[in-house]
Design a protein around this ligand. Structure first.
Ligand SMILES: [Zn+2]
Length: 262
């Protein structure tokens, strides 16, 4: 289990749960020096490293304080907890739900994949806000396309995926998805806040491709949020294809998809 995953997934919620918004409304009142409590006050603001926003990390703008950190660092400072495992337990108490139990094995798998891809080079999380906005706009556009597209809806229906499910998971359709060497009709599966997967639906076997469009270094896991849902059933299937996950969901189960593709 990588502690970075816990930090990445839950830091924002921890700040939100523990701190008051600052006077500017854009950040939080610093719990260590009380900066930001005034009407126009600025306390903790999002942390940028070399111009890139580090998700879930904040920095105090009071020159005399300059505290900086993520959600677990915040817990460490406020409750004087040094052990990471104890910080996570405290985070569970604050967010009133388990953070490790169900996600642990998946995060293990996830970290392994990532390590193979990076060949052991540890890189900071880089999120490109502009690219994410573009990706979200593309997801909207393709979703609107799908609702008008008989070819797209028929393809999904043949795989047992209803229009209601397509709407719920915001699936999309592009009649000629042309990117990274892919040039075919495709179903668009939004995987999460920073990425989607485009899968060819051509009948021509040799043109069938899968492409990921990512706004961050991490690939989102399709339907990952279900693991954080208190109503999540005890068994969640982990599959590769989003359509396979949706078939399980149509049958009354729950599943997440790792996606594959490049
Ligand atoms: Zn401060």
């Amino acid at each position: 289990m990588k502690i970075e995953e816990i930090k990445r997934l839950y830091s924002e919620e921890i700040f939100e749960a523990l701190l008051d918004r600052d006077g500017s409304g854009a950040g939080y009142v610093c719990p260590f020096c009380a900066s930001g409590a005034g009407p126009k006050g600025t306390g903790l603001r999002p942390l940028y490293v070399k111009g890139v926003k580090r998700p879930g990390s904040y920095k105090c703008f009071n020159a005399g304080c300059e505290w900086a950190g993520d959600g677990l660092d915040l817990i460490a400072g406020m409750y004087h907890i040094t052990e990471p495992v104890e910080q996570i337990r405290k985070a569970e108490e604050i967010l009133r739900r388990p953070l490790l139990d169900r996600t642990e094995s998946i995060i293990d798998e996830f970290s392994k994949d990532e390590k193979t891809q990076d060949k052991g080079n540890k890189k900071p999380v880089v999120i490109n806000d502009k690219l994410i906005a573009e990706i979200q706009a593309e997801i909207q556009k393709y979703h609107a396309n799908l609702l008008e597209s008989k070819a797209g809806l028929d393809y999904l229906a043949a795989r047992g995926i209803s229009k209601a499910t397509a709407i719920k998971y915001k699936l999309g359709f592009c009649d000629n998805y042309n990117r990274d060497g892919m040039n075919t009709p495709a179903i668009i599966y939004p995987d999460g806040p920073t990425s989607y997967t485009a899968r060819s639906i051509t009948t021509n076997e040799s043109s069938r491709k899968v492409r990921k469009r990512k706004g961050g270094e991490y690939q989102d896991i399709f339907n990952f949020n279900v693991l954080k849902d208190p109503a999540c059933p005890p068994v969640v299937y982990v599959v590769e294809g989003q359509a396979d996950a949706l078939s399980i969901i149509e049958a009354g189960g729950q599943a997440i998809a790792t996606g594959g593709g490049t």
